[in-house]
Design a binder for this molecule. Structure first.
Ligand SMILES: [Zn+2]
Length: 125
């Protein structure tokens, strides 16, 4: 006989289900499903409050984890104004020719355009 865990609807106990075969003569005609704590009889299998066997619910889902992505990774570091084709620097200001405004070398924006292959590594810093 297998043990089946239930949360009894009648007494509320976290207990086991008693499953007894019911015979009529020699023929098994059904099963008697009762709470092993209080003896409450369940009318049918569908009526039995089986204890959930699922694993404990996850507190943190994948959705929660990906909600906050503000840390710059290697790729994003390269999207700063410093490396943008629209970034213009002169002795007085740093300027974005696309947005027509003053920027910082470390600013980022979604209109970043990779500067074309020119060697500017020595012109700054
Ligand atoms: Zn009970």
């Amino acid at each position: 006989m297998q043990t089946v865990e239930i949360i009894c609807r009648k007494c509320g106990a976290d207990t086991l289900l008693n499953r007894e075969a019911v015979y009529e003569g020699f023929a098994k005609v059904g099963e008697k499903l009762t709470c092993s704590s209080c003896g409450f009889e369940y009318a049918s299998e569908a009526d039995v409050p089986f204890k959930a066997r699922k694993a404990a619910p996850k507190i943190f889902t994948d959705a929660d984890r990906s909600a906050k992505v503000e840390v710059f990774d290697e790729g994003e570091n390269k999207r700063i104004c410093r490396y943008c084709a629209n970034y213009i620097v002169n002795p007085f200001t740093q300027y974005c020719s696309l947005h027509k405004k003053e920027v910082q070398a470390t600013d980022t924006c979604n209109r970043f355009e990779q500067v074309s292959e020119k060697d500017d590594t020595k012109s700054l810093f």
